[in-house]
Design a protein around this ligand. Structure first.
Ligand code: P53
Length: 488
C-alpha cells in the first residue's frame, strides 16, 4: 500500500525560468528572451521590430504581426536573462535537492544553448554544461528527468522560418534531439517532448505569426509529427528510454447537472484530451476532425504522417496539475477568477490562491483516475504547486505553512489514487522546487519553491538561497515515502 518503492520524488524547473546565462557559453536568444517582466499576466510584453523597423511591443499571448522579428531592447528588463541563475549555481542547488532527498529532478534543455540558431550547428559548450549538470545529479543518485522543449524556440527559427508553422522546423528539432539523445544516452533515461503541448499557440512558445485556428492546428500537427519521430528515434538510440508527453491538465466540472452545462464541460475537457489522444492512442479523435470540417481548418499533411503518429506513441503521460475549473452554458452568469493561460470560472466550493487558481486536491485524484481509466499507461505528475508571496522574517525564516498545507492535501490525493483507484503513478515533481520566474506573469514574487532565492520583480537581489519551512517538510515526506505528511 502507498507509494511504490521506487517512486520518483523530486522537483521541476524549466530552463527559461531558472537557468539565466541567456547569452553565456555560446547560447543565442530564444523567443522567450524577448518577454519583459510584468506585474500580471497581461502586463508581460513581447518586444519586437516591425517589417518597417519600428520597435513595438504586444502582450505576451498575442502573436507578432507578419514579418516582425523579436527584438531585445536594452532599456527593458527581461527576467529570463538571469532568472534565478541555475547556470552559475547548479552545484549549490543540486546539493540542496540532494539534502531534501530528491530521487529525480526535472529540468529542460535550452534548445538555443545546444543549437544557437536552431539549425544544424552544434555548440559544444552548451552540451558540456548539461553534461556537468547531469554528472552532478548522478553523483547524488538523482535521476534527471528532461523536458526536451519547454516553451522555447531559438529566435532565429521564429524570425527566419516562422517557427513551427514551417515543416522544416521538424527536421531541425529532430537534429537537436538526436544530438542530445546520443550525447546523454547513458545519463538520462526519462524524457518528455513538449511541455504543456495544449498551450502552444503563440509566437513566444512556437515562433508562429499566424495564431488563427488554422495556424494553431497546422503548427500542432507539426509538433505531433515531431513528437512521434522523436519517440521512434529515442527508442532506437536507447531502448531503455522512457519518453513521455506533457499536457496541462485542468479538469472542468459542469456548473450544474443541467445537461447543457455537462456538454460544455465535455467540450472543455476534450480540448485537452485531444492532445493526449493523438500522442497516446496515435490518431486524431473524431470530434476534432468534425471541428476542422466545421471551422474550415485544413491540415496540410504529408504521406506517411498518419502512420508515423500511430507508430510514435509515448511511454507515459506527464501532466501539470494546479487547479480545476468549471464549465457553464451561460458564461455571462459566471464569475471569472485569475486563471492564467485561460480565464478560470469560480467554483463556489473552492478557495483560490492569490493569483486566482482554484485549489482542488480531490481534482488531482479525479484527474489521475480519469487519465488512467482512459489511457492505461503510467502517469507522472510533473508539475503541481502553490504560487504565493513569501515573507522573510527578521531572523531569515520563511514560514510557508500555506504551501505545506497545499502539498499535504495533494500528496494525500495521489496516495488515494494509488491505493483506492489502482493508478500506476511513477513520480511527482512539484513545480519550481526552487524559486524561479513565473511563466505567466514574469514575477518573482509568485513563488513556488521549497528553497527561497533572494531576487525581486525588478531583478534586484543577491540570488542567495535559503531553506523555507516547506524544505524540511518535503524532506520528511520523501524520507517516509509519502507516509508522514504531518507538519511538525
Ligand atoms: P506560473 C497556465 C496554467 C497552468 C500551468 O505557472 C501553466 C500555465 C502557464 O503559465 O504552466 C505551467 O509560472 C508551466 C510552467 C509554469 C507553471 O505552470 O504562471 O509549465 O512553466 O511556470 C506555473 O505561475
Amino acid at each position: 500500500m502507498g507509494f511504490p518503492k521506487n517512486f520518483l520524488w523530486g522537483g521541476a524547473t524549466a530552463a527559461n525560468q531558472y537557468e539565466g546565462g541567456y547569452l553565456s557559453g555560446g547560447k543565442e536568444p530564444s523567443t522567450l528572451d524577448a518577454i519583459t517582466g510584468g506585474s500580471h499576466t497581461t502586463s508581460r510584453k513581447i518586444t519586437y521590430k516591425t517589417k518597417e523597423g519600428k520597435i513595438e511591443s504586444v502582450t505576451r499571448e498575442k502573436s507578432l504581426p507578419t514579418g516582425a522579428i523579436g527584438y531585445i531592447d536594452p532599456e527593458q528588463y527581461y527576467p529570463s536573462h538571469v532568472a534565478t541563475d541555475f547556470y552559475h549555481h547548479y552545484k549549490e542547488d543540486i546539493a540542496l535537492f540532494a539534502e531534501m532527498g530528491f530521487k529525480c529532478f526535472r529540468l529542460s534543455i535550452n534548445w538555443s544553448r545546444i543549437c544557437p540558431k536552431g539549425t544544424d550547428k552544434v555548440n559544444e559548450e552548451g552540451l558540456a554544461f548539461y553534461d556537468a549538470v547531469f554528472d552532478e545529479l548522478l553523483k547524488y543518485n538523482i535521476e534527471p528527468v528532461v523536458t526536451i522543449n519547454h516553451f522555447d524556440i531559438p529566435m532565429y527559427l521564429a524570425d527566419e522560418l516562422d517557427g513551427w508553422s514551417n515543416r522544416k522546423v521538424i527536421d531541425y528539432f529532430l537534429f537537436f534531439c538526436e544530438t542530445i539523445f546520443k550525447r546523454y544516452k547513458d545519463k538520462v533515461k526519462y524524457w518528455m517532448t513538449f511541455n504543456e503541448i495544449n498551450f502552444l499557440r503563440s509566437w513566444t512558445q512556437i515562433g508562429i505569426h499566424d495564431s488563427s485556428l488554422q495556424g494553431k492546428y497546422q503548427a500542432a500537427h507539426h509538433l505531433f509529427v515531431a513528437s512521434a519521430k522523436v519517440v521512434k528515434l529515442g527508442h532506437q538510440i536507447n531502448s531503455d528510454f522512457q519518453i513521455g508527453m506533457m499536457v496541462a491538465y485542468i479538469p472542468s466540472y459542469p456548473m450544474s447537472c443541467r445537461p447543457e452545462d455537462v456538454m460544455e464541460s465535455v467540450q472543455f475537457n476534450r480540448e485537452q484530451e485531444f492532445y493526449i489522444d493523438v500522442q497516446v492512442k496515435g490518431y486524431y479523435p473524431a470530434h476534432k476532425l468534425k471541428q476542422f470540417e466545421r471551422e474550415g481548418v485544413v491540415i496540410k499533411k504529408e504521406a506517411g504522417d498518419d502512420e508515423l503518429i500511430k507508430e510514435g506513441t509515448v511511454d507515459y503521460i506527464g501532466f501539470s496539475y494546479y487547479m480545476s475549473t468549471v464549465s457553464s452554458a451561460n458564461p455571462d452568469k459566471v464569475k471569472f477568477v485569475g486563471g492564467n493561460q485561460m480565464p478560470a470560472v469560480k467554483n463556489p466550493y473552492l478557495e483560490e490562491s492569490d493569483w486566482g487558481w482554484g485549489v482542488d486536491p480531490l481534482g488531482l485524484r479525479i484527474s489521475l483516475s480519469k487519465l488512467y481509466d482512459r489511457y492505461n499507461i503510467p502517469l507522472f505528475v510533473v508539475e503541481n504547486g502553490f504560487g504565493a508571496v513569501d515573507t522573510v522574517e527578521s531572523d531569515g525564516a520563511i514560514i510557508d505553512d500555506y504551501r505545506i498545507d497545499y502539498f499535504k492535501k495533494h500528496v494525500a490525493a495521489m496516495k488515494d489514487a494509488i491505493d483506492l483507484d489502482g493508478v500506476d503513478l511513477i513520480g511527482y515533481t512539484p513545480w519550481g522546487c526552487i524559486d524561479l520566474v513565473s511563466a505567466g506573469t514574469g514575477e518573482m514574487k509568485k513563488r513556488y519553491g521549497f528553497i527561497y532565492v533572494d531576487l525581486d520583480d525588478h531583478g534586484q537581489g543577491t540570488l542567495k538561497r535559503s531553506r523555507k519551512k516547506s524544505f524540511n517538510w518535503y524532506k520528511q515526506v520523501i524520507a517516509t515515502n509519502g507516509e508522514k505528511l504531518e507538519n511538525n
